[in-house]
Design a binder for this molecule. Structure first.
Ligand code: ADP
Ligand code: MG
Length: 316
């Protein structure tokens, strides 16, 4: 009904459209036509997908808008394609000031290939931004980012989604005072009567951000996202210094030459109580919150609402 009303409103404003008999499709603002989409440059590349900065320029006079476009590296309709379609369906349902905005899709070859169109955040991910803006980013500011990430995650959980890939590389910077969660490529929906999601596919996962239950039982709870948030908070407090990254720290501890054994060693270390140590110049009170995210049992961990309260206290 709301769509019909919207269409009526658009027709009133553009009487030509009605008389011209323009099909509904052409005025759906979430359908982007591939012929108007011009690639400007690459923004990032993952295992199966890539993200490009594009100009969507239907008038062809460079008056268009910049958008971020995620597509598959190989044009296929295999499992990767269904992952991207699932990511699109997830993003389409999320509305929150700390979550990257979905803009629409672009289909080609009669719907055989699909691209995800999102708002473009010029400052990139925290992993790109923080090392370069260390001097002007205070610890207070880092805590503000932490609160915003928790707010986005609390909302995601309230919609019964588990992110499964929360990390600094997947948090994007809108401005000095606003960050947003992106990359919903691994996000899974849990049904209301379930408490966790079980991984079926053997994908390479961001293991150094994962809680023990994810590594051992392949089960993901909302509390598993809290663990990953703890690792993300650790990254924030190191300003995403590569020399102190979670994989670096772990490999420094156990040594590098274990090949296939690395995963087993990671699990063993975590079960034995090994945790990332307090980053240099990180206040104890912040490190205490990381440790509350890293309780071995999911039920013993703090939740996102609890974290927001703690950070707000620290900031006031
Ligand atoms: P992947 O699934 O390949 O990890 P991401 O969605 O995380 O894909 O995007 C990869 C990288 O591209 C990000 O780490 C970020 O640097 C950049 N990027 C992604 N989306 C945007 C966006 N909307 N605006 C600006 N940069 C983005
Ligand atoms: Mg990513």
């Amino acid at each position: 009904r709301a769509i019909v009303r919207e269409l009526d409103r658009i027709k009133e404003q553009n009487p030509a459209m009605v008389s011209g008999g323009v099909p509904v499709q052409e005025i759906d603002p979430t359908l982007f036509e591939s012929r108007f989409l011009k690639t400007i440059r690459d923004l990032g590349e993952g295992h199966f997908g890539k993200v490009e900065l594009c100009l969507y320029d239907p008038h062809g006079d460079h008056s268009g808008q910049k958008v971020a476009v995620k597509s598959l590296k190989s044009e296929s309709d295999g499992p990767d394609c269904s992952n991207l379609r699932r990511e699109i369906n997830t993003m389409r349902e999320l509305y929150h000031s700390n979550i990257v905005k979905y803009k629409g899709i672009c289909t080609e070859e009669g719907g055989r290939t699909i691209k995800l169109i999102m708002e473009y955040l010029p400052a990139g991910s925290l992993k790109d931004y923080l090392p370069r803006h260390k001097a002007q980013t205070s610890q207070q500011r880092l805590l503000l980012y932490a609160i915003q990430i928790c707010q986005g995650m609390d909302y995601l959980g309230s919609q019964n989604y588990i992110h499964r890939d929360l990390a600094a590389r997947n948090v994007l910077v809108e401005s000095e005072t606003l960050v947003k969660i992106g990359d919903f490529g691994l996000t899974k929906s849990i049904k209301d009567n379930e408490e966790y999601y079980t991984v079926r596919e053997e994908q390479d996962s961001p293991v150094y951000w994962y809680a023990p239950e994810c590594l051992i039982h392949r089960k993901f709870y909302k509390a598993s996202d809290v663990w990953s948030f703890g690792v993300t908070l650790y990254e924030l407090m190191t300003y995403c210094d590569r020399k102190m990254s979670p994989p670096e720290m772990f490999l420094n501890t156990i040594g590098r030459s274990h090949g296939q054994m690395t995963m087993a060693r990671l699990v063993k270390s975590l079960e034995g109580g090994w945790r990332l140590s307090c980053p240099p110049s990180c206040p104890d009170k912040v490190y205490i919150q990381m440790r509350r995210c890293w309780a071995h049992a999911p039920e013993d961990r703090v939740d996102f609402k609890g974290l927001i309260k703690e950070f707000e206290c620290l900031l006031s």
